[in-house]
Design a protein around this ligand. Structure first.
Ligand code: SAH
Length: 245
């Protein structure tokens, strides 16, 4: 039997402990999705994950007007955490920012930090909305982990408090950026840094160049849009140092 025909149609992230016989009380929006949108009823199966306990099969026990209860049956897959890779990115326009969060989740980023740089237009970002995009992406891509989307932080503050044990792979669009020899990068905790549509300011570039834990990388001879650059840099890192091997 194929995986698809055997597995439930609905895969749901819940903020709830999961274990054999564990009842899971649904929030109103989740109940609406399961019972009104997906038309599930009592006895139907659902796949659940909570970001920590792998993937579980559950069944609908109670359907209520504004809620409902599921019951966990058995674990279907173990927890799989992504590699220790963060994405630091300057928010761009709404749809492209959503895309960046969605793709970073699919590609296996462990944490996503929106960064305010000199030329970043977004004054504030709706972290809760971006977090919901990460949850949705994890639900659809089969991940058992949801990356945390952090609050927007200024680049200078972020760098001032940075733990030097985590290296930064800086996507540097300047024509003289060295094409870092990715094969020589050492494994360990990393973060990828992507700038805004306006690029990095001269002072930011100088600061980044002077930091010992920052490695610039060139992503080819063309200027990529920030969303493309995020996908490209995460892909390169994953292929060299991540869990794609
Ligand atoms: N306005 C800038 C381009 C910014 S592109 C200019 O014309 O120079 C947005 C971000 O994507 C950049 O800050 C960088 O982090 C990344 N990026 C785009 N193209 C890149 C390339 N060829 N190499 C490395 N990084 C790139």
């Amino acid at each position: 039997m194929t995986q698809a025909s055997d597995s439930p149609r609905v895969r749901l992230y819940v903020k709830h402990p999961l274990g054999p016989g564990q009842p899971v009380v649904l929030a109103q929006d989740q109940a609406h999705y399961l019972f009104n949108v997906m038309r599930l009823g009592a006895g139907d199966a659902v796949t659940l994950f909570n970001g920590q306990a792998g993937e579980w099969r559950a069944v609908v026990r109670a359907v209520e007007r504004r809620g409902g209860t599921l019951e966990c049956v058995d674990q279907r897959a173990p927890q799989r955490d992504p590699p220790d890779l963060w994405l630091l990115f300057a928010p761009v326009k709404k749809a492209r920012t959503d895309f960046i969060v969605e793709k970073a989740t699919e590609l296996g980023a462990a944490r996503i930090i929106p960064v305010q740089t000199r030329f970043t237009n977004a004054e504030r970002v709706r972290t809760d909305r971006l977090q919901a995009h990460a949850v949705e992406a994890a639900e659809q891509c089969g991940a058992t982990f949801v990356p945390e989307v952090a609050e927007l932080v200024r680049l200078d503050r972020l760098l001032a408090g940075w733990d030097a044990g985590r290296r930064i792979l800086w996507a540097d669009e300047s024509p003289d950026a060295p094409g870092a020899a990715l094969a020589t990068l050492s494994p360990g905790p990393w973060a990828v840094l992507i700038g805004p549509e306006g690029g990095f300011a001269g002072a930011e570039r100088d600061r980044l160049r002077a930091l010992p834990f920052v490695t610039p990388v060139a992503l080819g001879p063309r200027i990529l849009r920030a969303d493309t650059a995020a996908v490209a840099a995460l892909t390169l890192w994953q292929a060299h140092l991540g869990d794609w091997a």
